[in-house]
Design a protein around this ligand. Sequence first.
Ligand SMILES: NC(=O)c1ccc[n+]([C@@H]2O[C@H](COP(=O)([O-])OP(=O)(O)OC[C@H]3O[C@@H](n4cnc5c(N)ncnc54)[C@H](OP(=O)(O)O)[C@@H]3O)[C@@H](O)[C@H]2O)c1
Length: 394
Amino acid sequence: MRGAIALAARALGETSPNPVVGCVVLDAAGRTVGEGFHAFAGGPHAEVVALEQAGDLARGGTAVVTLEPCDHHGRTGPCSQALLDAGVRRVVYAVADPSDNASGGARRLADAGVEIESGVLSAEAERGNAEWLTYARRGRPHVTWKFAATLDGRSAAADGTSQWITGTAARDDVHRLRARCDAIIAGSGTVLADDPRLTVRGFIPHDHLNTHRRPLRVIADGRARTPLGSRVLDDEAPTLIAISEDTAAAVLEVTTAVVRLPRGRRAGVDLTALLAELTEREIVSVLLEGGPTLAGAFLAEGLVDRVVAYLAPTLLGGGAAALGDAGVATLAQAYDLDIEDVTTIGPDLRIIAAVRDRANRGKAAGERPLRAGREDADLAAFIGARPAPSRREN
Ligand SMILES: NC(=O)c1ccc[n+]([C@@H]2O[C@H](COP(=O)([O-])OP(=O)(O)OC[C@H]3O[C@@H](n4cnc5c(N)ncnc54)[C@H](OP(=O)(O)O)[C@@H]3O)[C@@H](O)[C@H]2O)c1
């Protein structure tokens, strides 16, 4: 299963709105005879690739898959049927498929007499598919909040200077993160202060479709303050500006894709409505790039799933905090996170941590392996994922 999980990770960020899936086929004697992963939406499923490689050697053998084989007729046909046709005797999978139209593969295989084992390395496989599983289970995109700060948690000095807190290697790494998500969200405050481009630069993922991924840029801009000459309005990537429904008709609406949403609880736009809008557009994974006010609002509404922190070995002692008001008044209300990866990137530190469910707040974290190093960073980043709430395409 570890091999299947590593195979799945090869297509990280390239399968949206589908999950990443890896499969290893063993022959009757337990030797690996086929390996495959789902490379892109519309491409063959992992099981089909691995079975094709295995050929007749799959007969009487075992298929090890990170996600329950699908059971629906899409462009490539149900994987459950492909496994039956190949004469596989046993199927081992890590995580059950929660999507409405694709689940049921295990049941169909069991009904046909195939031996089924589920839940193998499920925690690791879940982390690898966190984005898709969040989308499928919660019906909203998975949200990763990324920020850069000094070791004492400052994102700018007292005079407002903030470029650059982290080094070039950490900033390059952000482009890897961007390349693997479907949308990048920032608040109007960041657009006004920094005029960021929010594009993927200097990092070209191995793209099986041969197209350069351009995540949708989304600006939470209740009062339509995004200046017309902003870099987020250039042609480098598509952009959506979310303004509140009671904001007077904006000039922006003439030139840009604008969506009107209910007012947010504190300010700006309603974030649940914003994510629902993105779900409609089959956005599975979101990179929230701040700033501190918007990040605090996302956290306060329980809409942050993972945090990626780039920490520079610098101290400021003053200036803006990386996170604004997140609705925490006392220590007991603090957000608990489980660290999933700690890596040094150039002179800086990158910490990846999952935000624990509110229901699990305050409970002791189970033991989790800390990984370090670039190869495992792929697996660590695989700590995320993608779903169409009730849809799994072929
Ligand atoms: N170090 C880092 O990683 C990092 C990253 C990003 C930014 N920054 C820094 O952060 C500073 C800007 O901070 P900021 O907090 O003003 O920017 P921000 O969080 O990007 O934007 C805040 C604005 O977002 C709008 N908004 C829309 N929907 C909202 C909602 N539901 N809840 C709250 N706000 C919502 C509000 O304006 P409306 O009411 O007009 O909608 C609000 O004033 C800059 O100096 C930038 O350099 C640092």
